[in-house]
Every structure is written in C-alpha cells, then in structure tokens.
Design a binder for this molecule. Structure first.
Ligand SMILES: O=C(CO)COP(=O)(O)O
Length: 254
C-alpha cells in the first residue's frame, strides 16, 4: 500500500520565529503518527529553521521551488544541490502559482525535476487545470500533458518514488474543492497515463490532491482509493488545523 503523504505548502508566509513556533506546536500534536508521511514546504528563508525544529519528529522538510542549475550567476534562486547539502528531502516543482504568476513552462518544470532527482531531492510535481479548461472538457489533455512533460527522461525507479500533486487551479485558496470523487477520477486518469510508459511505477507513485483541503473535508478526500495524500496551503499555516488533517488521515489508514 502507498503511504499517504500530507504536506504543507506555506507559500510566502511566516517569518523565522513564526516557523519555529508552528513546528514546535505541530510536533507535539502529531508525535504518535507513524502511518502518514508528514512534511512542510517553506520559503528558502525558513528551511533550516523548519528542519532544525523538526528534529526528533517524523516531519520532513521541503522547498517550494528550485532553479535547475547547481550554482552560479542566477540572482535570487536556490538549487537542489544546496537543498541536498542541508538534508532537505523535498521540493515542490511547477506549482500553478509559479506557472501562472512567474511564467514557468513545462520545459522548465522538467529541468527542475531532473535536477532535484540528480541531487537526491524528491520532487512534488504539481499539475492541474484552470476553470476554463475544465469547462472545455480539457482536464485530461492538460494534466496528462503536464505529467508527460515533467517526467521526460526519468527512469521507472525515479517515477515510482515521485510525488505528484493534482491541484485544480480553480480550487486553490478559493474554498472550493473538487468533489472527492472527481479528484479521485482525475488522479486515476493521471495514474493510468503514467502506466502506459511506466507500468511498474504506476501503482507506486503517490498522487496527492491539493486545493482547499481543510479539517472538515479531508476525511472524504482521503477515503478515496486513488488519492495518496494532500498538498495543503492555507490550513497548513496553523498547527491546530494541519495536525487535525494529519490525525484524520492517520485514522483512515489504520
Ligand atoms: O496550492 C495549494 C497547495 O499547494 C492549495 O492551497 P489551499 O489549500 O490554500 O487551497
């Protein structure tokens, strides 16, 4: 069985003090959880604070973005090589906010995925459709194209170990969620598409749902067979709500 992965994405929130306090609070609340992988992705500024505060717990740490070069004259960027040197386990790649606000392309997402893997950092690859694409019945074409592009050049073993986050763009930060069944359906489509090229990896790759996951809706989302966890924005900012999401998931998987 795939181990569910509940991961917070703090986005551009929290200073160093706030990050440390939150992790200390969260640690205590989830200390008995052993059947759910738990993580926080923070800004580059807070990464080492989160990592240090998480010591002695099962919490893993991730960045929200990387550049694909190892080092050099790329003002403002951080690399997978730097993350690896600080034992940061994950990085989000291709979040829709990066794609939409910062113009990140599928080509760049693939370069970032390859760079992360080259340094032993696990990518969490985000895909998802806009409302217009959903209305035009282009969900399948959009997400499969994004996944195929992101996975270009990967080995079967690398795909098996990946995390993909299906985040319909219209559900992010809006309070709207895809129904649990609909999220399950699209995630199933993504998995079957992966199976065409990676038959062994398809049942191993973890595919999360993201978009307004909250304590009140996490149970029905996590009860779906294809959904292997959640990438949580707003509700990951407070230890209370994020731990509730983790604890409810842990109960379902018991
Ligand atoms: O974008 C998201 C996680 O990456 C989802 O954000 P919200 O949970 O705030 O909708």
């Amino acid at each position: 069985m795939r181990k569910p992965f509940i991961c917070g994405n703090w986005k551009m929130n929290k200073n160093v003090d706030e990050a440390e306090k939150m992790i200390n609070n969260l640690k205590a609340k989830v200390k008995d959880v052993d059947n759910v992988e738990m993580g926080i992705c923070s800004t580059a500024l807070c990464l080492t604070t989160v990592k240090e505060a998480a010591q002695g717990s099962e919490l893993v740490t991730g960045a929200e973005n990387i550049y694909w070069k190892d080092s050099g004259a790329y003002t403002g960027e951080i690399s997978a090589k730097m993350l690896a040197a600080s034992d940061i386990e994950y990085t989000i790649v291709g979040h829709s906010e990066r794609r939409e606000i910062f113009g990140e392309s599928d080509y760049e997402v693939n370069k970032k995925v390859l760079s992360a893997l080259a340094h032993g950092v696990k990518p969490i690859i985000c895909v998802g459709e806009t409302l217009e694409e959903r209305k035009a019945e282009q969900i399948e074409a959009k997400v499969n194209f994004q996944v195929d592009s992101a996975l270009a050049g990967l080995t079967e073993a690398e795909v098996a170990d990946l995390v993909i986050a299906y985040e319909p763009i219209w559900a992010i930060g809006t309070g709207e969620t895809a129904s649990a069944e609909e999220a399950n359906r699209v995630i199933g489509i993504i998995r079957e598409n992966i199976r065409k090229e990676y038959p062994e990896a398809a049942d191993k790759v973890r595919i999360q749902y993201g978009g307004s996951v909250k304590p009140h809706n996490v149970e029905e989302i996590m009860a779906q067979p294809e959904i292997d966890g959640a990438l949580v924005g707003g509700a990951s900012l407070e230890a209370e709500s994020f731990s509730e999401i983790i604890l409810k998931t842990a109960k379902i998987y018991k």
